[in-house]
Design a protein. Sequence first.
Length: 300
Amino acid sequence: MVEAVIENDALRLKTDPEKGAGIVCFYRKTKGRELAIMPDAEKPEGAPEMASFLMVPYSNRIENGAFSFQGEKYELENGEEHALHGAVRFLPWQVISQSATSVVMRFDSSLHRKVNWPWPFTTEVVYELHEDVFASSLKLINNGATPMPAGMGWHPFFSRGLTRTGEPLYLEINLPRVFPDDNDNRIPSGPSRPVPPELDFSREKLLDPGLFIDNCFIYEGGNGHLRWPESGVTALFQCSPECSHLVFYNPPGTFFALEPVTNANNGVNLFDKGGPDSGIVVLGTGEVLEASCSIRVRAS
């Protein structure tokens, strides 16, 4: 593993440029110990493959790997798995610059023999630490000769317990609408609708590990928080307006995911059908899509 580690007095983050510029681990330092805010992918006990990864040039799934755009039909590889999580998560990125508390990495599709996307593109991510804040910005550039549909986002996992298994965890986030998944395939089966009470976290409440969630939501306000009262830790997040959607994955086990993204699941097909909540942005030649997110991790 080729690692890029950034660190300050409060936070430590490790990323792997060779594996999609994904995050290997993210820790909060407090009272002489480190707490894994994101599950450490180097730990063997049931951790995800990466603590967080990037989804570019689309988020989540494209149904059957096929879509139409401006009258042309396109088919991606891995269509039987609904062309999952973008085209860059397993490919190497270049480290452009690095300091003790920041790292900038870039991916240029033209430098790779085969990338699973019809248009050439460049994407760049910044990870940086400021006191107790981890900030990230992401940008995507269309290098093709024709317009392309675009989307992107982050896929961070979070630890359900910081100091013990079964530690209570509370969540507050404004997700007023959810896309139905009547076919149980993570592809929206209709337009977004108001969230039912069990999925309403607009006021802080306990996140029950027994409540299975794997849905795409409309994300309003760009903020929210997680709170582990026993550990004395609160993670407050703030995302830019481009992050109009959020994928919420709450399986049984030791971790879950809150994924700020710019487009809905199957967004390119929703866009082609004129869906109002697709989140897809059309980038002309040389145009740029940018977004940012930050997490302030307070410890008492």
